[in-house]
Design a protein. Structure first.
Length: 441
């Protein structure tokens, strides 16, 4: 079995709408000029770098934006051009919401479990409903169609529709999921959560919303057919959420038998670490950052925990961190301590993903982890796995179709929607996906 990082391609409408309360970077950069072409090329460069390390790499496509289907459902009528013009005039905020390119952060696309962990021996993915934020809830239907197109062979794959129930089962995907495993021990799945829909004894954050519910995390474990003995349900620390850690992966990341976390990642982090040591044995290692060593404000600003921890072919681990983590002294010193410590991490690499970081998404936000056996990999017929040839094709596609700059007022331009549909129609043919978008049906 091998881990593949399915990175989201940044979409043609990549913009800074300031749409996510609790996401400090999103709020800070709201309304500034974005650079869609540069953002997409930065994402492709990260994919190239990760593949060059010998790590499994693949790609997921953007979503059509603005979501004309949503605008029509909200009462806007006429041709595509007419409804965009009317929405811009009467409900500019709705136009911004429906134009978000947030599907690029595919850590929120779904929560998965590899076939070796599931009761039926298939790889499972449950699409996230993203109910907490309207602009992200729009993604679920398209994500479900895309994943079903890629993982179409039901002998090997089970792709589950998003959880029902609105806010009671609010699910933010793998941004709150970590799978840990050591030799000779069964894998442990951490399915974290920030609030409970029904329990009255849970302490919740007071400044920013907690996005994932306990009830959703419990449902994910059932749908993905995980043995309850392999599941832990730690609560995100309310203090961490209120500091801007809206998802678990803002303050914790792990791979194999290694976990890197801030003391404000979870309620009772020491107790969680003891339990993991009991479940995973001596092969489990961790590095815990305290508030004194690494203030949570710096962790949220520079995203050292929103790095990718990658298993390399030689058995060691490497960290792919955002450039901001090198530029911030406390986060750089922390990552240097990780590399120098008694754990499998032997290198840290800093990459420029500033266009994503400005909206609150680091390297880990841009990827969905999928574990595949050789037989499962062979069952995927879509052209989504990274090769130099695919990289060249995608870079050429971006250069042809993406605007260099995008300002808030550009979302009012009906031509942008037409440009996006033309680009995505070509992309689905390039990736061998078939008609996965509404406008293609």
């Amino acid at each position: 079995m091998r881990e593949y990082n399915f990175d989201g391609l940044v979409g043609p409408t990549h913009n800074y709408g300031g749409l996510s309360p609790g996401n400090l970077a999103s709020a800070q950069h709201g309304g500034t000029v974005s650079h869609p072409r540069a953002a997409a090329l930065q994402g492709l460069e990260k994919m190239r770098f990760v593949a060059g390390l010998g790590v499994g790499q693949a790609v997921l496509p953007p979503h059509p934006r603005p979501s004309l289907k949503t605008l029509r459902a909200l009462g806007f009528t006429g041709t595509d051009e007419e409804l965009i013009t009317r929405a811009a005039r009467e409900a500019e905020h709705l136009l911004r919401l429906t134009s978000s390119s947030a599907a690029m952060w595919t850590a929120n696309a779904a929560t998965g479990a590899p076939s070796e962990d599931t009761a039926d021996g298939r790889m499972h993915l449950t699409v996230a409903n993203l109910q907490q934020m309207f602009h992200r809830a729009l993604e679920a239907e398209t994500t479900y169609a895309v994943l079903r197109a890629i993982f179409a062979d039901e002998r090997h794959f089970a792709i589950h529709a998003p959880l029902p129930g609105g806010g009671h089962f609010a699910d933010e995907g793998a941004a709150n999921h970590t799978r840990l495993v050591t030799p000779g021990h069964r894998a442990v799945h951490l399915l974290a959560w920030g609030r409970s829909a029904w329990r009255g004894d849970v302490r919740h954050p007071t400044r920013f919303p907690a996005r994932q519910t306990l009830e959703a995390s419990e449902a994910l474990a059932r749908l993905n057919q995980l043995d309850p003995a392999q599941v832990l349900l730690p609560q995100q620390a309310p203090e961490g959420i209120d500091a801007g850690a809206f998802h678990t992966d803002v303050l914790a990341v792990g791979s194999g038998g290694f976990l890197m976390l801030h003391e404000l990642a979870f309620v009772d982090a020491p107790g969680l670490l003891r339990t993991l040591g009991e479940r995973l044995g001596e092969g489990f290692t961790y590095v815990l950052a305290t508030e004194d060593e690494l203030p949570v404000r710096d962790a949220v600003k520079a995203y050292p925990f929103n790095s990718q921890v990658l298993a390399l072919p030689d058995g060691s681990l490497a960290i792919v961190a955002p450039q901001e983590s090198r530029e911030t002294p406390t986060t750089r010193r922390f990552l240097e301590r990780v590399v120098a410590g008694d754990n499998p991490v032997k290198a840290v690499h800093y990459l420029d993903v500033r266009q994503s970081m400005n909206n609150g998404g680091g390297p880990a936000c841009l990827r969905q982890r999928v574990w595949l056996t050789d037989a499962e990999r062979a069952a995927v017929t879509a052209n989504v796995f990274y090769t130099p040839e695919l990289h060249a094709s995608l870079a050429g596609w971006v250069t042809r179709h993406y605007r260099e700059e995008l300002r808030a007022e550009d979302l009012r331009d009906p031509r942008l929607a037409r440009e996006t549909m033309t680009a995505l129609d070509e992309l689905t043919r390039l990736l061998h996906l078939g008609p996965v978008y509404d406008f293609q049906k």
